[in-house]
Write a protein that binds this ligand. Structure first.
Ligand code: ATP
Ligand code: MG
Length: 421
């Protein structure tokens, strides 16, 4: 096992001589060691999954899978590992694409020994905070995919509103992705909008298995069994238990099925995000009871605010604590029709946990493409992205909060890089 302060470097280039040169230079450095070498992006990803390097030095042009594509996968799957790209070309466009893919620095070939070693050390130092955030220590590096802190039991987080079309599913899908990708959490989504669930379409998932198939399984159920009915959203690692593919199958799903499901999912996931419909029937009440947190959505319309007031009163009568029930204001700014976020907060006498801006173009486009906007790292620094990260930090605390600071830091790094050219 390496000493904690030894930088483990994975070298990726299709030219064997270059790999050997870099390997030799690193072997003279006490503070570094070679974690492996690969001749293309595909092999690099596989090696990184098993050896969990701190730094990857990656060529841009390679056969099978080029360095930009591989960097994109690595920065999404292993954000704790820093990629330095290298190329004989140093054009802005290539550097821009590398940075967009998640590279932390860029070396133009040929580079000096000093340049190489200094860059590795600098990137490693700058990314120290990021590694701490994802809590990858030498002992956890061995457990691939287990890089982040794990909780004993997952939290059930339910999205509820008093009206349809208020933004529950859009926000839920993007929050799920933020939690999985920014906090490294294991996230499940359960679509309990049993007649007209939208998570499949919003996350571009094919409903080959749904909760309607699961409920045909004879009891007793296990968490492994439920796992078989979940559909993996490959781009984020979020697992989704989809609602039935046809509305007429909704009625076969009973209160006990949902209760059992939520209980078992807690064993395997850090967060179980549940989508609902705006009704207080037995099934919704049992979901709300089983929830650790409830995000109640509201917008700037007086009628919605009036309904949410009734809803919050009812939840207080159900003895749900103020900490369990959190208010989320969607399309909260700019103010409209003379109503602002402050008015909502004042009117409901409740703090708002997160205010999501009105972002019609971004959201409609992402829905129509089946690609939630939080999959795009460049959105994380926008008002919309920051609002979702704020919501994520309500659940995951500092793990996301620090990542948020980091995203702002990396933006200025990006800008510094270009202004120095
Ligand atoms: N912040 C936002 N800015 C602009 N438009 C938004 C925003 N949030 C949601 N929308 C729009 O509102 C529509 C409804 O969102 P969504 O389907 O998530 O609501 P919902 O509460 O899940 O509705 P339902 O109860 O019918 O399932 C979306 O199609 C989107 O166009
Ligand atoms: Mg919905």
């Amino acid at each position: 096992m390496p000493a904690p302060d030894v930088i483990r470097v994975l070298i990726v280039d299709d030219k064997i001589e270059l790999r050997q040169n870099i390997k030799r230079l690193i072997s003279f450095e006490e503070s570094m060691e070679v974690a492996g070498e690969a001749s293309n992006g595909q092999v690099a990803i596989e090696m990184a999954r098993s050896s969990r390097p701190d730094v990857v030095i990656m060529d841009t042009h390679m056969p099978v899978m080029d360095g930009i594509a591989a960097t994109e996968v690595l920065s999404q799957e292993m954000p704790e590992c820093s990629v330095i790209m290298m190329s004989v070309e140093g054009e802005h466009d290539l550097i821009r694409r590398a940075m967009k893919a998640g590279a932390r620095d860029f070396l133009v070939k040929p580079f000096s020994t000093e340049e190489l070693l200094e860059t590795i050390k600098n990137v490693y130092k700058t990314d120290q905070k990021r590694r701490q955030l994802y809590q990858v220590s030498p002992s956890t590096k061995d457990g691939a995919g287990e890089g982040s802190r794990r909780k004993d039991h997952g939290e059930v987080v339910t999205f509820f509103s008093t009206k349809g079309g208020i933004g529950k599913t859009v926000i839920l899908c993007n929050l799920a992705i933020a939690l999985a990708k920014r906090a490294g959490a294991r996230v499940a989504v359960v679509d309990c909008d049993l007649q007209f669930g939208d998570t499949a379409i919003m996350m571009n998932l094919y409903p080959s298995r749904t909760i309607a198939n699961l409920v045909e399984e004879p009891p007793p159920w296990s968490s492994q069994l439920i796992q078989e009915y979940m559909i993996r959203h490959e781009e984020s690692g979020v697992d989704v238990l989809l609602s039935p593919s046809r509305p007429e199958y909704a009625e076969i799903v009973q209160v006990e099925h949902v209760e059992q499901c939520l209980m078992l999912l807690k064993e395997k996931y850090d967060y179980i995000l549940v989508d609902t419909i705006p009704l207080f029937r037995n099934i919704e009440l049992s979901i709300l009871d089983a929830s650790d947190k409830i995000f109640v959505l509201v917008n700037l319309e007086i009628s919605a605010i009036k309904d949410v007031k009734l809803c919050l009163d009812l939840m207080a009568n159900l003895n749900y604590s103020g900490d369990k029930v959190k208010l989320v204001l969607n399309k909260g700014y700019p103010p409209i029709g003379g109503v602002s976020a402050d008015d909502v907060q004042g009117g409901l006498k409740r703090e708002i946990a997160a205010v999501i801006p009105n972002a019609e173009k971004e959201i409609v486009e992402s829905i129509n493409k089946g690609k939630p906007f939080m999959l795009r790292p460049e959105v994380h620094g926008t008002e919309l992205g920051k609002a979702i990260l704020k919501l994520a930090s309500v659940l995951a605390g500092d793990r996301v909060g620090q990542a948020q600071e980091e995203s702002q830091g990396s933006k200025s790094l990006f800008q510094r890089f270009f202004s120095s050219k």
